[in-house]
Design a protein around this ligand. Structure first.
Ligand SMILES: Nc1ncnc2c1ncn2[C@@H]1O[C@H](COP(=O)(O)OP(=O)(O)OP(=O)(O)O)[C@@H](O)[C@H]1O
Ligand SMILES: [Mg+2]
Length: 403
């Protein structure tokens, strides 16, 4: 497994462009089935009421099929060019097969809630725990597939300087402006108006003004797009009847260790008691949008996946995403990314006894504080499940430059 420990530097090292397709192939034909198998084991620990839902079974069948297709390469000859080409095609097929996993799994949750009026004990905690791990595993699998197919396949990356999906000189302001323009387009379609945005870039430790980092632009875009959409919705709804809508402020600063993006809005804020709940899958205050397959306009909000998924993208390369709010006024949403690619090792869920116990533990915890909301002691927060994720060293182990 040590070869699975990747960081942005390893994957973006220019020498890895020449990294051999054979090496990448031999690495992936082992690593991908392991990652698929780990998460399949975890799917099977979910409550029976959920496992028997048609959408969950469909997702399971995709994982099984992809697993079988990959292990079929176990004995294949890596010196045979046709094998390498077939492997690339198989990876693309797998990626496409899994395109709708997030929506289908979400559908499975809804099916369960509709079929069973009583949820299994501790269900919400287990589901939150499972989905974080399941979606993070999916992000990692897609990342590996993209690297291989973009570096060795027929499709070229969007940008010539990109190595696979990683841009060694990702211009963060450009990505932010792109995300803003697209969110603005949706917002105007939905509300007929949208707030302006001030962009402020600070680069105190370098001579240049531009902030360039090694990152996956599509991940950064995803996070910023989701946060901007949320801010736009809050601001427009709060100031609907007023002559002007306050602007958003996006400050981007490259420090010595972190690149920070702080998006501030005057959308009325969120109560402190609500902030943690916002990261729950399916939590949304927006009206439920039409089904994802329908042809109507894409709404600005509604599935409740924007925040939790964006936080996973941030955490995947050792970053984070947090919300701070002044209730009655507005919210600051902050994304932290690592400046140095060598600090940005992959975060992966580990399947072991500790993680298994999470699903067995159906007892309702008895609070050891007079206020039962103090579940995690005096300091609640994201540390709760950190130990069940794998954060491989500083990434110095295991780069063979395959991808
Ligand atoms: N900047 C903000 N100001 C006020 N409330 C916010 C802000 N950002 C998020 N929220 C609240 O958090 C909820 C969850 O946000 P999240 O992005 O996860 O889901 P959503 O926007 O409802 O749906 P989607 O999956 O389409 O993003 C929102 O419904 C909203 O109530
Ligand atoms: Mg949202």
């Amino acid at each position: 497994m040590s070869m699975g420990h990747r960081d942005r530097q390893h994957v973006s090292d220019p020498s890895s462009r020449d990294g051999s397709e054979k090496k990448s192939f031999t690495f992936l034909r082992n690593e991908l089935p392991v990652r698929l198998a780990n998460i399949m084991k975890e799917i099977n620990l979910l409550p029976k009421q959920l496992l028997c839902m048609p959408s969950v079974q469909l997702v399971e069948s995709w994982y099984e099929q992809s697993f079988e297709e990959l292990v079929a390469f176990d004995k294949a000859d890596c010196t045979d060019q046709t094998v390498l080409e077939r492997f690339c095609d198989t990876l693309i097929k797998i990626r496409n097969r899994h395109n709708n996993v997030v929506e289908t799994m979400a559908q499975g949750m809804l099916e369960m809630k509709e079929t069973h009026c009583i949820e299994p004990t501790n269900f919400d905690c287990q589901i939150q725990y499972f989905l974080d791990r399941f979606y993070l595993s999916r992000i990692s699998i897609r990342m590996l597939i993209s690297q291989h197919t973009l570096v060795f396949g027929q499709t070229l990356p969007e940008n010539v300087r990109q190595i696979g999906s990683i841009d060694p000189y990702c211009n963060v302001l450009q990505v932010a402006e792109d995300a803003y323009e697209n969110a603005r387009f949706l917002c105007e379609q939905y509300y007929m108006t949208a707030p302006e945005c001030n962009f402020i870039c600070l680069n105190p430790h370098e001579k240049v003004k531009e902030i360039l980092i090694t990152y996956v632009p599509s991940h950064l875009y995803h996070m910023l797009f989701e946060l901007i959409k949320n801010s736009m919705r809050a601001v427009v709804e709060k100031h609907e009847d007023e002559p002007s809508i306050p602007k958003l402020d996006l400050m981007i600063c490259k420090g010595k260790e972190d690149v920070t993006f702080k998006l501030s809005d005057q959308g009325g804020g969120i109560a402190r008691s609500e902030v943690d709940v916002l990261f729950n899958y399916m939590y949304s205050t927006a009206p439920r949008p039409p089904s994802p397959n329908s042809a109507s306009n894409t709404p600005l909000a509604g599935y409740g996946y924007g925040l939790p998924l964006s936080r996973l993208y941030a955490k995947y390369f050792n970053g984070d995403l947090r919300l701070n709010s002044v209730e009655g006024y507005g919210t600051d949403a902050t994304i932290y990314l690592k400046v140095f690619p060598s600090d940005a090792s992959e975060l992966l869920p580990v399947y072991n006894k500790t993680s298994r116990n999470k699903y067995d533990d159906v007892s309702v915890p008895i609070s050891d504080w007079s206020d039962s909301s103090q579940k995690n002691g005096l300091h609640s927060g994201p540390a709760k499940s950190a130990s069940h994720f794998k954060r491989p060293g500083n990434g110095k182990n295991g780069s063979n430059g395959q991808t």
